[in-house]
Design a protein around this ligand. Sequence first.
Ligand code: IPE
Ligand code: IPE
Ligand code: MG
Length: 229
Amino acid sequence: MPRHIGFIMDGNGRWAKKRAMPRNFGHREGAAVFKKTINWCRELGVEAATFYAFSTENWKRPEEEVNGIMELLRRYIKDIREYAKENVRFIFLGDLTPFDKDIRADLLDIMETSRGNTEFIAGVALNYGGRAEICNASRILAKKCVSGELSAEEITEELFEEMLYTNEMPPLDLVIRPSGEQRLSNFLTWQSAYAEFVFLDVLWPDFKKKDLENAIEEYAGRSRRFGGI
Ligand code: IPE
Ligand code: IPE
Ligand code: MG
């Protein structure tokens, strides 16, 4: 059983297009699947999952789509609070500063109040980019070196990992990407170094518990060597 699964929630736009609906209709449907997937992971005994919801590159999209996603996020905060009452811890990965003040305050509050929850960790990547995360970690360490708190020689992989958004999560074991695309698109760049990948042809709004079970079964059959034999 993978301890930590990353989900690249992709294909919402194409799902809507197939139904001759606006792209934001697909995002709404995709958000509903996000909620269900948290439950499926808990039922199956996975410890943590990180969901790629909005990338640092997604700001390039038309204003109408970005606004629609922000509205959806605002609405979802209520649901997230409900989960947080069910012993689920939420971690938001990414730089939250560009979000509206109310959204940002809610996200920080949920992160803080759910900190002690132990049943499951749900990561939500918002304005997240793997490269930005690595840059950010480097900046933190560089400042410590400049202030004399740390010497360059003391920088190890372990210390570097402590500066990443995932520092309190189990190691990433599996990345699932639906939608037929076979790329990472700047998701968990550092963490995925030895993760397994499962690419699926379904679009995210059509993702079912069976797809998750199949992906886990495929993962279970893989031989992970981490460079050994
Ligand atoms: C992923 O679905 C959701 C976000 C990036 C917010 P897309 O919107 O990328 O859907 P496609 O890839 O265009 O179908
Ligand atoms: C990745 O999907 C980002 C999210 C799912 C949030 P994209 O649709 O943005 O990725 P590309 O553009 O196909 O690589
Ligand atoms: Mg896409």
